[in-house]
Design a protein around this ligand. Structure first.
Ligand code: ASP
Length: 454
């Protein structure tokens, strides 16, 4: 049995939903279909989820949101019209949305959650109606009915372990199940959403629950590429990746597949196949537990900008017990999460996402580190990009670091930081943001032949 998930761009119009239908019926193993809310039809378009969030916020402020409600309903309406569905489904969606919007607002976070999740919920109902209209034995199943219980962290829910046993019962249903992605229910019965793009997580949880043979994740690209196609033209497609490689690449800025979504599938040893709704014949990219290493040491290169570093130096730091703990404690007090901590004998650098910092926080942190730790020097640097080269093959290959740094040197890129310590499957380079693209192109050229750089 296969669990199949379709992302927002695969469901953005009637024509796209037709493709989804053909994909589902072309393989009798495709029994559980997880759907996102309608996404973007063209680059400047707005996702239904974003429209819903704006709408909920307006309602909370008591502002007029009639235009937004109309825009949201019209997104479903145009899909339904293209699919020749009766108006009953749109009447129901409109009714559901208006009931939600006029509902209890005493807990604003809960109110936003419920409105936000209705994007997938209503889409699942619409798609189930379309499948039935085409003569399929299909039904909408709600996360509540199926027992998808999650923690009560709005916008960042985690699945509760007891869900899996309940979800296993979905196997006993006949016909095709259409299941809304992106949210579950807290033990109090409230809607709680996963982080953005969280329908991937729902699909993975269901695949684990029913012990599927495969989790197919349909999106709008033929494969996971070895590098961002906006940086290198026509990059190599990756046919097979391990979970660890995918995790490192998603962390480094690959957004094809939600990194959190890997966990339930990994735990159940279920392979994930990323495929293209617009080209379902293409083999896509398989994410598996182990793979035969047929290529070189590097399988992909990812990069992301928006990092900063806090550099702390103190003579004889290496002998001082609790130095690192004290720095981390200060960061914790400021509610900051850190990404990496490369360290030397007398110095240590903490890398963080820049968007968590403002001028005031920065000043206070510097002061605190000087006073609490009696540091010799504390400095914050901005505009850092992190580049990860990723591949299981790196463990066995000699000279990967040398090749990478030589490629960067030849491209006249100054390496601000290298981190290869803990991960066996990745190597990270910190460079200044303006040279990020050049650095990635140089690394791609080094590890993948026949490059067409932009
Ligand atoms: N619709 C939600 C979002 O835009 C979830 C998803 O598409 O996976 O984040």
């Amino acid at each position: 049995m296969k669990v199949v998930k379709f992302g927002g761009s695969s469901l953005a119009s009637g024509a796209q939903v037709e493709k989804v239908y053909h994909i589902v019926v072309s393989d009798p193993e495709r029994k559980i279909v997880v759907v996102s809310a309608p996404g973007k039809r063209y680059p400047e378009d707005i996702k239904v989820t974003d429209l819903l969030i704006s709408c909920a916020k307006k309602y909370l402020k008591g502002e007029n949101a009639q235009d937004l409600v109309r825009t949201i309903v019209s997104r479903y309406q145009s899909i339904a019209e293209e699919l020749y569905l009766s108006n009953a489904i749109i009447a129901k969606i409109t009714d559901d949305l208006l009931t939600l919007l006029s509902g209890d607002k005493s807990n604003p976070a809960s109110f936003i959650e419920a409105v936000k999740a209705s994007g997938e919920d209503n889409n699942a109902k619409l798609i189930a109606a379309f499948f039935k209209h085409k003569g399929l034995n299909a039904e909408y199943v709600s996360p509540k009915e199926a027992g998808l219980l999650v923690s009560n962290d709005p916008g960042n829910a985690r699945v509760l372990p007891e869900s899996y046993k309940r979800l296993a019962k979905l196997k006993n249903k006949s016909g095709i199940i259409v299941f809304p992605g992106f949210f579950g229910y807290s033990t109090n019965g409230d809607v709680v959403t996963f982080s953005r793009s969280g329908s991937d997580i729902t699909g993975s949880i269901l695949a684990n629950g029913v012990q599927a043979d495969l989790y197919e994740n349909f999106t709008d690209v033929d494969a996971v590429y070895a590098v961002n196609p906006h940086i290198v033209r026509h990059p190599k497609e990756i046919r097979e990746l391990t979970y660890r490689e995918m995790r490192e690449l998603s962390y480094g800025g690959f957004s094809v597949f939600h990194d959190e979504a890997l966990i339930p599938a990994i735990r159940a040893g279920i392979p994930v196949n990323v495929k293209n709704t617009n080209n379902p014949e293409a083999p896509g990219t398989k994410i598996v537990n182990t793979r035969k290493n047929k290529n070189g040491p590097v399988v992909g290169i990812a990069s992301d900008e928006g990092f900063c570093s806090i550099y702390v130096s103190k003579f004889l730091m290496n002998r001082e017990i609790g130095f690192g703990r004290k720095i981390l404690l200060i960061l914790e007090e400021f509610g900051l999460s850190f990404e990496h901590i490369p360290s030397g004998i007398d110095d240590l650098t903490v890398i963080l996402r820049e968007n968590q910092m403002d001028e005031k926080t920065e000043k206070s942190i510097i002061e605190r580190i000087y006073t609490d730790l009696d540091a010799d020097e504390v400095r914050i640097e901005h505009g850092l990009a992190l580049i990860m080269i990723v591949g299981e093959g790196m463990r066995r290959n000699i000279g990967t670091a040398a090749r990478a740094s030589k490629a960067l040197a030849e491209a006249h890129v100054n390496i601000e930081m290298i981190n290869q310590g803990s991960s066996e499957v990745s190597m990270m380079f910190g460079v200044k943001e303006p040279v990020e693209k050049k650095a990635v192109q140089a690394l791609y050229q080094e590890f993948f032949s026949e490059v067409l750089v932009q």
